[in-house]
Design a protein around this ligand. Structure first.
Ligand SMILES: Cc1cc2nc3c(=O)[nH]c(=O)nc-3n(C[C@H](O)[C@H](O)[C@H](O)COP(=O)(O)OP(=O)(O)OC[C@H]3O[C@@H](n4cnc5c(N)ncnc54)[C@H](O)[C@@H]3O)c2cc1C
Length: 364
């Protein structure tokens, strides 16, 4: 398996070594914004706590989670889970104004917390909510934000080295926020692995007021309507994913991917050109500008394995490539290869799994 391009993450910044300004010493500890909507914590927050723990240990500081919500009851489980996934401290802001996510009050709550307690690093999930909040918090605090990071490390001078793809994913760059604090970064779901949960672990809770009334907020939530399509496409957290690429040749043949996914109880997705052709919806695109996945089994049919696709799938436990070209890029990182026409192999696999699974079901 060939190595993906590796940046100089965590290394030194050649030619830029300098003492950090004195007032930076007031900024300590690593914070993770815990995304809690309607009482449910987005798993990316736990993945970030795992990563934050490593950064905090390297810096010799505390790891904190920030939990905001409309009432104590609404965030009680989120606070417990934040401790169990590794936080030493939880900062909370509880106010009815925070019952639903809205940019203004959440930005005020987070920026007030940062200005009061001064974390050196603030991490958020690169979800719709996290991206919205991170941008406004960074601009309000006048600090730097590195979006969609794939690797985080502490460099030799103690700064956050935030690595992300650049130039269409053909290069990786490591970005430092040298002159401002906190150093902010967002990370997409499933890019970092899930840490072990330590049942019953707890810690210190610090409560902070919001100091903002409903009359100060321009946006009003009239009703919450779940997006049906995105609610059903759970690619990042699926155990099995079957995907297709341009090698399938037509939208009709893409149905073969869906058939196999259905038999396996899997999610289905595809490469970016399929979204551009309208064969699949954008929320099913896998790769750098789509979803990052970490399934136990990933079956890629008629996908070449370009770097922009590879970065979204290489965390999978087992990658099976079906491709007519034995020299396709995907062969560099697939664990198993079927060199054959996917249009013939997919129905054969679907039939074989259908028989195998129904025999097992009868035996069970
Ligand atoms: C900024 C940027 C962001 C991008 N983001 C993404 C992204 O998030 N996700 C993504 O996927 N791409 C992304 N791309 C596009 C990426 O560079 C590739 O162009 C794309 O992944 C190729 O899609 P593909 O593998 O389906 O098609 P192709 O590259 O055309 O590959 C088709 C493959 O199918 C094989 N094949 C042909 N016939 C058959 C057959 N009958 N049976 C089996 N195999 C067959 C061929 O050998 C070939 O390997 C991005 C590009 C840019 C510039």
């Amino acid at each position: 398996m060939a190595d993906a391009p590796k940046p100089n993450a965590g290394g030194s910044r050649a030619g830029t070594k300098k003492e950090l300004p004195d007032h930076f010493k007031d900024y300590k500890h690593v914070w993770v914004a815990i995304e809690c909507e309607h009482g449910v914590v987005h798993p990316v927050s736990f993945e970030l706590l795992g990563e934050g723990r490593k950064l905090a240990d390297k810096r010799g500081v505390e790891l904190a989670g920030v939990v905001m919500g409309g009432s104590d009851e609404a965030i009680a489980e989120a606070i417990a889970a934040t401790f169990e996934y590794g936080a030493d401290v939880v900062y909370t802001v509880v106010d009815p104004v925070l019952a639903h996510y809205r940019n203004e009050p959440y930005t005020k709550a987070m920026t007030d917390l940062v200005n009061t307690y001064k974390p050196e690093i603030l991490l958020l999930g690169a979800t719709n909510l996290g991206r919205d909040l991170a941008g406004s918090v960074a601009t309000t605090l006048l600090t730097g934000l590195t979006a969609d990071c794939t690797e985080l490390a502490i460099d030799d001078e103690g700064s956050l080295a935030a690595t992300r793809p650049t130039f269409g994913g053909s290069l990786m760059c490591t970005i430092f926020t040298l002159n401002y604090r906190p150093q902010m970064a967002t990370v997409r779901p499933r890019v970092m692995s899930m840490p072990e949960r330590q049942e019953g672990k707890s810690g210190r809770v610090v409560s902070h007021p919001l100091d903002m009334g409903e009359e100060d907020v321009i946006t009003k939530v009239l009703q919450f309507v779940a997006d049906r399509e995105t609610a059903t496409a759970q690619l990042p957290y699926a155990d099995i994913v079957v995907a297709g690429g341009l090698g399938l040749r037509s939208a009709e043949n893409f149905q073969l991917v869906k058939n196999l996914a259905e038999v396996l109880g899997a999610e289905y997705g595809g490469s970016r050109p399929l979204v551009q052709k309208g064969w699949i919806t954008a929320d099913r695109q896998i790769g750098q500008t789509g979803k990052t996945i970490r399934p136990k089994l990933y079956i890629a049919a008629g996908i070449s394995g370009a770097i922009q696709h590879r970065v979204g799938v290489e965390g999978s436990d087992l990658i099976v490539a079906i491709n007519t070209d034995p020299n396709a890029q995907i062969m560099d990182f697939a664990h198993l290869a079927i060199v054959a026409d996917a249009v013939q192999v997919l129905p054969a696999l679907t039939e074989a799994f259908r028989k195998h699974l129904s025999v097992n079901r009868m035996a069970g």
